[in-house]
Design a protein. Structure first.
Length: 362
């Protein structure tokens, strides 16, 4: 994904790049500067938002993941950044640490256009004590893509494909990739093994026996993998070179691949899919809360939200914004969101990390 207007000043060992403004500072024209810590690509709509909000100037910094966003704000960055946009499973951490401000619903005029799934998520996962503290902005989900010129489109769509040596008479040995990250690959393996009950609470809680089975499954099947890979460029090249038949990764990653490799399709497996969404919070320490909420409202605006999605190859949480998107690979049927499992923290995160390291070193 192209980061067209990225500020490039490095921020040392914090894992943050960009030029963050200080809360309360004013731009050269007297405008309020709203500082945002987020993912790549959000600055693609800076011009549209600054035009819509004439008294607001945006400064976007990019962090290396949700954990870094939380640690940055928790270490005092909440007075430097007005908006932070981690993945949804991190928003409760901001709430629990008193780092997020309650959402100003009087400003959020586009909230009602969110898909019902994400309105419910905001009112559930992002709420505490009757107050809502986060806003879903963009979303995607994890399943597998496949080369339809090799694996028939009418195959039995299931996570079992990722752990099979042969499907529909097609030899998959050495032609499958799993995500290069402990969290996604362990959850996908758990779903393939039928452990859906582990996802029912506020955390993903596999039993000791289930974790053992997941580890053994990954180790046993590892020799049949092309590798643990998640970056779009490598996956695209492997599909183009005929090295890859099925790949477990983010849908937005596969959208990029599908734009370059015509035969690649994205599966909708019979099992539940794992959905993530970026949950924007206005920091409790922000001195520009009203302007910050105005910016968030623009990210789910029908036109600006559509432009943001087109630039990032990621779906918008606003159905009105999605209705304005023309890119075919981004189109979805709203009912596909029904029954998806939202990302949640792992109950024993350190155990998962250690287990995945053993798998990769096996």
């Amino acid at each position: 994904m192209v980061d067209r207007r990225q500020f490039i000043k490095a921020a040392g060992a914090t894992g943050v790049t960009g030029m963050a403004g200080l809360s309360g500072c004013m731009g050269g024209s007297g405008a309020t500067t709203v500082s945002i810590l987020t993912w790549t690509g959000y600055d693609a709509v800076n011009d549209q938002i600054e035009e819509a909000l004439e008294d607001v100037t945006l400064e976007v910094s990019v962090a290396d993941g949700s954990a870094n966003m939380f640690s940055t704000v928790n270490a005092g960055g909440g007075e430097e950044y007005d908006i932070v946009i981690p993945n949804n499973e991190y928003v409760p951490r901001f709430i629990d640490a008193d780092l997020a401000a309650p959402v100003d619903m009087d400003v959020m005029t586009n909230f009602d256009a969110l898909y019902p799934t994400f309105q419910s998520a905001a009112e559930g996962q992002f709420s505490d004590g009757g107050e809502m503290y986060g806003l879903p902005v963009q979303f995607g989900w994890y399943a597998y893509g496949y080369d339809s010129s090799v694996l028939p489109e009418d195959h039995d769509h299931s996570y079992d494909v990722l752990f099979s040596e042969e499907v529909e008479g097609v030899d998959l040995t050495g032609s499958i990739t799993l995500y290069d990250g402990y969290y996604k690959s362990i959850m996908a393996t758990g779903l393939a093994l039928g452990y859906t009950e582990a996802f029912e609470g506020d955390t993903v809680s596999f039993t000791d026996e289930q974790l053992t089975n997941i580890e053994e499954t990954l180790i046993d099947f590892k020799p049949n993998l092309l590798g643990f890979i998640h970056d779009e460029e490598t996956l695209t090249q492997d599909y183009q070179n005929g090295n890859l038949i099925a790949s477990f990764a983010n849908r937005s990653t596969h959208v990029g691949i599908m734009n370059d490799v015509e035969s690649v399709e994205f599966s909708q497996p019979a099992e539940e899919e794992l959905t993530w969404f970026e949950g924007a919070v206005v920091t409790a320490g922000s001195e520009n809360k009203e302007a910050a909420f105005e910016v968030l409202n623009e990210y789910i605006d029908p036109e600006t939200g559509a432009e943001l999605s087109e630039n990032r190859n990621i779906m918008n949480a606003s159905q009105d914004a999605m209705d304005n998107i023309e890119t075919e690979s981004l189109q979805i049927e709203p009912e596909i969101l029904d029954g998806m499992i939202p990302f949640k923290p792992a109950e024993r995160d350190d155990t998962w990390i250690e287990m995945f390291e053993r798998v990769k070193n096996a």
